[in-house]
Design a protein around this ligand. Sequence first.
Ligand code: PLP
Length: 413
Amino acid sequence: MIEYERFLSQSALKSQGSAIRKMGVMAIRPDMISFAPGYPDPVTFAWAEFREIANELLAGGQGSVLQYGPTRGHKPFIEALVELLASRGITATADQVLITTGSQQGLDLAGRVLLDPGDVVLVELPAYTGAISAFRNTEARLAGVRQAPDGIDLDDLRAVVARERAAGHRVRFLYLVPNFQNPTGLLLSREKRRLLLEWAERDDLLIVEDDPYGALYFEDTATGEDTRPIKADDTEGRVIYLSSFSKTLAPGFRVAWITAPEPLIAKLEVLKQTEDLLTPSLDQHIVYEAYRRGILTERLPMLRKFYQDKRTTMQRTLREELGDLVAWPEPKGGFFLWVSLPVRFATDEMLPRAIEERVIYVAGSAFFVDGSGRNTMRLSFSLPSHDRIVEGVRRLAKVVKAEIAGHPAPVEI
Ligand SMILES: Cc1ncc(COP(=O)(O)O)c(C=O)c1O
């Protein structure tokens, strides 16, 4: 047997698989109810329309459908994205857009273009694990910034930057998900979006704004205006904006994009060339056609209602089963419910018991770069059916109640 470890690079030795992806494997057991991965529900996919578009594209009239193409992406598709961005309030030109193989690639590219080993990236406490891993790959330092109910805590942000700079570290950018954040579901207030831009200008920093969920607001509590990207008001070119079709059309297409000032797009493009030359041509064409034919736009109201109803079912069942033993901020959009237990509990330690009861979640600590948040968990309501949400929450409640019975609150003296 060859010991392969001695052949591995330092970065391969340090790299770790995503906790959430591992959970995805467990969720394959049919008797397991999984609240772990943030997958869209396949019943929402436009199967018939995709079939029709793919049939037309594969009839063979147009070579570009299966050909290599420009790294930046299929030209007409980029033009369409400029129009889509305008509908979100963002003014961009075609040379400020790069199509990526999922936003995950965009995050990886942004990390590689902007970070040297030892540089500081500011991330929220908690933050999306895929971004944490991508930035860690560059050997950057990840500095956590606390959150408030209306999004990132600006006082803490200033304090963390001051602390890092005082320690002689170079702070590069703030990464954040302003709309229905993964994992908390929080929506950043409009006021804070404005203040963040001022902060970035004053402190001469960049913002990487990741927005896969903005279109999925729940009409009972939010409007399209609440999700206006920070990028929309970025007059200096401080914001690198990422968005994706994964949650609204289908993640299997792996089609997303970055919008940034042209000099940055040019660098991102060069690095993308070494990763995959281009985002798959067939995927780009199908998504472009789906957009061009209005399939995405016409389905959005249905999607908003679909996930809003699932959120409501999960919230209602949690309240019925656990009352005020647990707490969570009500998500106004997106896929996630972020549940806190009393601080003395550790959801990572509780996970084996949940698995015995055939329910899984993501332990919150996976999202904290400072090792905190052990009493939290992310429950994703997007994929399971209403019945399975109810049954899964009942199973989870059994585990939580047993945990609480086994660890009575310390007596105050
Ligand atoms: C905040 C956030 N960013 C990026 C991604 C990656 O999305 P994509 O499928 O476009 O790679 C996800 C996926 O869950 C996400 O939640």
